[in-house]
Design a protein around this ligand. Structure first.
Ligand code: BG6
Length: 513
């Protein structure tokens, strides 16, 4: 039930009972940044259009000075370009914008945070808000700790009776195991774990959640989901884009931190986890974290056999020449930052013993595609020995396409209609677009709604984020100790030679998604 406000909510008609939240103020730190204009506010607007948003007031905060009106104007531009529902409904936007405010803040200054707390109280009063507060940290990671500390000092971390104070923290959560542990310690001095929502936007994607639905709402897949039937699994997160204007960040991050430590390991844990006892946040996260903890460690002296590090050289994307990573603005001429990585992982548990999980992620690849593909073992006895068996190479593959062209494809061998026995691969397809005929909501819509209603299932728990860093950090340490360059690959190709060899040495090959 909505609580603490008798003001009618114009934006909430179709809210499912499980996703109710009382009137809430959303305080976005880093409000002048890209994410706010491109993702967060368009997501809130789209929720409002769909009648799913509780009554909210928004307070943007960042270092620069700006008036409320200038802030609203910049957000309107973002909504006009990035919302799902376009063109903008001007009447709805005017109502929505009236509850948007802005205040400049110095993140590491307690007095400035206290001033923000005063402003928030005033906004809560003006808009008859209950006093529920959702803070969104969309700032550089260096100020995550200081902001949380100052929220505590300003009295904003402790909610009033029956109210909530929750904090969403953007990525990257730490840059290695030590920094992630330190950040967890620092924020837990102020907040309890159930107030902390570490966001990974991949978990908000419909197709990522569908992995769970497919596995656990259907009886036919789970019996096959183990080392008896699965030969190996391929997880691909490929992008066409290069480093764009993010070289300052990317130079320090690299693709292993940017994509694998978070997004791909999240997808891996959903794909490989044991069935949870319920769909409660901790039941799900307990199972996910066990997968990451069971990853066979890549020791400092062994990484190079199982990890391929690549960097794009110049090449051509869709017919246009593109520069090498080292020639991009803001990149060191001898940079060793990886823009591609391929890994061979093992999950050392009963279900997955001996099944390799091959992961790859890269920038400047030929196609934007994210997918998980389960490659099944061949039939135990080869009956059609003389058939021209063209599925022999790939066998049965269940590919879960996370994006684009969201859906699921199962490739099987079928008889080619002819007098002779010839077998060809065919695909059984499910496509979101044609089956449901409507757009999936954006990941941020789902995640904001979940955080407002206090559901942490699709957020990363503290022990989980530490487990991922515990696995990833030794790879970075080994790279740091090496004097070798990454393997170069031509932009617009599927990565360096080493990535092909990683599978070839096992008698396998990457899918061409
Ligand atoms: C972000 C990374 O977390 O995810 C980006 O920082 C990457 O480098 C992006 O491009 C990919 O997200 P999506 O939703 O476009 O697959």
């Amino acid at each position: 039930m909505e609580s603490g406000g008798s003001v009618a909510n114009p934006f909430r008609a179709g809210l499912p009972a499980s996703k109710t939240a009382g009137p809430s103020s959303i305080i976005i730190f880093g409000a002048s940044g890209d994410l706010t204009a491109r993702k967060l506010v368009p997501a809130l607007y789209d929720l409002a259009v769909d009648g799913l948003l509780p009554r909210v007031a928004i307070l943007g905060a960042s270092r620069s000075d700006m008036s409320d009106d200038a802030f609203r104007a910049s957000l309107l531009e973002g909504v006009a370009q990035h919302a799902r529902h376009r063109p903008v409904d001007q009447a709805l936007w005017s109502t929505f914008a009236a509850s948007i405010h802005y205040q400049a803040v110095a993140y590491d200054d307690a007095a400035s945070m206290k001033a923000l707390a005063m402003r928030l109280m005033a906004i809560d009063q003006t808009h008859a808000m209950a006093g529920n507060h959702l803070f969104y940290l969309s700032t550089p990671p260096t100020v995550f700790g200081p902001i949380v500390r100052n929220l505590g000092v300003a009295g904003l971390a402790t909610p009033g009776d029956g109210l909530f104070a929750r904090v969403i923290i953007e990525k990257p959560f730490g840059v290695d195991l030590a920094t992630a542990m330190a950040l967890n310690r620092e924020i837990r001095e102020v907040l309890s774990e159930n107030q902390i929502f570490r966001i990974d936007h991949y978990l908000g994607k419909e197709t990522v959640q569908n992995l769970l639905v497919m596995r656990f709402a259907n009886g036919i897949f789970e019996p096959l989901w183990n080392n008896k039937y699965v030969d190996h699994v391929q997880i691909t997160g490929a992008e066409v884009l290069g480093v764009e204007r993010r070289s300052a960040y990317f130079e320090r991050a690299g693709i292993l931190r940017d994509m694998v430590q978070n997004h791909l390991l999240q997808v891996l844990s959903l794909a490989a986890m044991e069935p949870p006892g319920s769909f409660e946040a901790d039941a799900v996260r307990n199972e996910k974290v066990k997968v990451v903890q069971a990853l066979r460690p890549i020791e400092a002296n062994d990484p190079l056999g199982r990890v391929i590090r690549g960097q794009y050289a110049s090449g051509s994307i869709l017919g246009d020449s593109v520069p090498a990573y080292r020639d991009e603005a803001g990149v060191q001429p001898r940079s060793t930052t990886e823009t591609f990585v391929a890994l061979k992982l093992f999950i050392d548990n009963w279900r997955w013993a001996g099944v390799p999980f091959y992961l790859r992620s890269g920038k400047r690849l030929p196609k934007r595609v994210t997918e998980v593909a389960f490659h099944f073992k061949a039939a135990p006895h080869r009956l059609f020995k003389n058939a021209k068996d063209s599925i022999g190479m790939e066998g049965n593959v269940l590919a879960i396409r996370i994006q684009p062209d969201e859906g699921i494809a199962l490739s099987i061998g079928a008889k080619v209609p002819a007098a002779s026995m010839e077998i060809a691969p065919v695909s059984m397809e499910f496509r979101y677009a044609s089956s449901f005929g409507r757009d999936a909501p954006a990941a941020y819509e789902r995640l904001l709604l979940d955080a407002l209603s206090g559901d942490g299932t699709l957020f990363t728990r503290g022990d989980e984020v530490e487990a991922t860093w515990r696995f990833i950090t030794p790879i970075h340490e080994a790279w740091a100790a090496s004097t070798e360059d990454p393997e170069f690959y031509e932009a617009g190709t599927w990565g360096p030679r080493g990535s092909v060899d990683l599978l070839r040495q096992d008698g396998r090959s990457w899918r061409r998604p």
